[in-house]
Design a protein around this ligand. Structure first.
Ligand code: 0O2
Length: 221
């Protein structure tokens, strides 16, 4: 075994994984800025929470095999676009699209793929907005572009997805038909609740803006 070669590979691998953490760090800062500004303008926080993760080497290798890819860092970098992942949980559906629009409009972010599982849910009921973005990371020897998968969803959609994920793993991908049906029903209920909350949210917003106009008129008088 060539120790020098092994050491070189270990260094390359560490630097490779660091890149994804930097991509996540940059996006997290962007999301935090949007959150604070949105809070200031609209007086409420559209983002409930943000979570990030880096895919484990085991999951990366599984995907390499599943997709029949070359086992090389450049091939992995170009073909596996969800090594870095960020999940944003929002209060309302309209917030999801607004946050997405604000990220898409940033000049250093390139959206390379967008999947709208909200207007087009998956057959099992899964709902979420997925963006694959490309973001530049400034390293000591130049710019590296990294892909980050951003999933944006409501609290209800997130609740559903985490339960579905647990069930899927528990039954090793073979979920009994009655459970799949119940899960689909639950997803429909989530969609209905999200729509109702959106209507209420819109009503409250209207009342707030009427109050603002009244206050301004009072100040003028
Ligand atoms: P994990 O453990 O979350 O990382 P791809 O295979 O990624 O190239 P795909 O499958 O078309 O292409 O990507 P898609 O549809 O955008 O989904 C990617 C991720 O979305 C998944 O990542 C899940 O996190 C989530 N997701 C998609 N469909 C479902 C679903 O039906 N239920 C749940 N609970 N989550 C879903 P991973 O890598 O599968 O898993």
């Amino acid at each position: 075994l060539d120790l020098k070669l092994l050491k070189k590979f270990k260094n390359e691998l560490t630097r490779f994984m660091m890149l994804y953490q930097f991509g996540i760090d940059e996006l997290n800062t962007k999301i935090d800025i949007l959150k604070q500004e949105f809070q200031y303008i609209h007086n409420y926080s559209p983002i409930e929470h943000v979570k990030s993760r880096i895919k484990s080497p085991e999951s990366i290798l599984k995907k390499v095999q599943r997709k029949n890819l070359d086992l090389s860092l450049p091939s992995i970098k170009e073909n596996i676009k969800d090594i870095a992942g960020i999940r944003i949980t929002c209060s309302f559906i309209s917030d999801i699209f607004e946050i997405s629009r604000m990220l898409e409009n940033q000049s250093d972010i390139e959206v390379v793929e967008k999947k709208d599982y909200i207007n087009h849910p998956k057959p099992n009921g899964y709902q979420s907005l997925h963006l694959i973005v490309k973001i530049p990371v400034f390293m000591s020897n130049g710019i590296e572009n990294v892909y980050v998968e951003v999933q944006i969803r409501t609290i209800g959609m997130d609740f559903w997805a985490s339960l579905e994920h647990k069930i899927y793993y528990k039954f090793d991908n073979e979920v009994p038909a009655y459970l799949s049906k119940e899960l689909k029903n639950a997803a429909d209920t989530v969609a209905m609740l999200d729509k109702k909350m959106e209507v209420l949210h819109e009503e409250i917003r209207k009342l707030d803006s009427d109050d603002d106009i009244e206050n301004e008129l009072n100040l003028l008088n």
